[in-house]
Design a protein around this ligand. Structure first.
Ligand code: PGA
Length: 251
């Protein structure tokens, strides 16, 4: 089985570089030496550099990337800059950006293609809102399928370095995660869609949305779920450490 990928998405936390370093060091310590699990820390941009300096086993992720090259794009972050900081993964299309910053599928698509072209690994976030899920898992699959079609338009067949994070919006930060059996179905559906459309096999599908030390095993024990994108619990080193331990023990 491919090793699980655990991504700590710190969002706009913590408030100081000092606290970011403490957190990063603890997560680094909890990351096993042997490569049984892959751990990625995605801090806010201003903390990428100090965090990078303390990571040896865990890898560095960024929470966003701009699609254009360097140039006159005030406040944007180019993949050049990320690559110089040894960023390995970028999160693209998180629902908070889609919702709060009106990031459209068109924008997400440009970011995915640019980041992949630059050689970065992309974690594309997809997931349906509550109103859709209320109509059933079939409606949720259709929603996700449409996101994939738009966000991956123009993707080269057999693309490697793509990870999909299935994050139902209603499960993010609510303490009410998806049912693992529904996530398994969705993960299989996403894999089949990617295989049919882009001839991509074995993409890792992560689950995200209120993952904790308590519920992580119920998701990660399934071969079809390739890991987790963790928000709130990644700010609590003990809790995230528990998730790392669970993931590293899964055979
Ligand atoms: P959460 O966030 O773990 O706090 O629900 C997950 C995410 O938004 O990536």
């Amino acid at each position: 089985m491919t090793k699980k990928l655990l991504v700590a998405n710190w969002k706009a936390n913590p408030d100081s570089p000092g606290r970011a370093l403490v957190l990063a060091k603890k997560i680094e310590k909890a990351t096993p030496k042997s490569k049984v699990v892959e751990v990625v820390i995605a801090p806010p941009f201003p903390f990428l550099l100090p965090v990078a300096k303390v990571l040896k086993k865990a890898k560095l992720g960024a929470q966003d990337v701009f699609w254009e090259d360097i140039g006159p794009y005030t406040s944007e972050i180019s993949w050049h800059q990320l690559k110089h900081l040894k960023v390995a993964y970028v999160i693209v299309g998180h629902s908070e950006r889609r919702r709060l910053l009106r990031e459209t599928d068109d924008i997400v698509n440009k970011k995915v293609l640019a980041a992949l072209k630059a050689g970065l690994k992309v974690i594309l976030c997809v997931g349906e809102p509550k109103a859709i899920r209320k109509k059933g898992i079939g409606a949720a699959k259709n929603y996700v399928k449409s996101q994939l079609q738009k966000d991956l338009r123009g993707l080269k067949p057999k693309t490697k370095k793509l990870v999909i994070a299935y994050e139902p919006i209603w499960a993010i930060g609510t303490g009410a995660p998806d049912k693992p059996e529904d996530t398994v179905k969705m993960a299989q559906f996403i894999k089949t869609s990617l295989n049919t459309k882009f001839k991509i096999l074995n993409t890792r599908i992560l689950y995200g949305g209120s993952v904790t030390g308590k519920n992580a095993a119920a998701f990660l024990k399934h071969g079809g779920i390739g890991g987790a994108l963790v928000g709130g619990a990644s700010l609590k080193p003990k809790e995230f450490g528990k998730i790392i331990t669970i993931a590293s023990k899964i055979k």
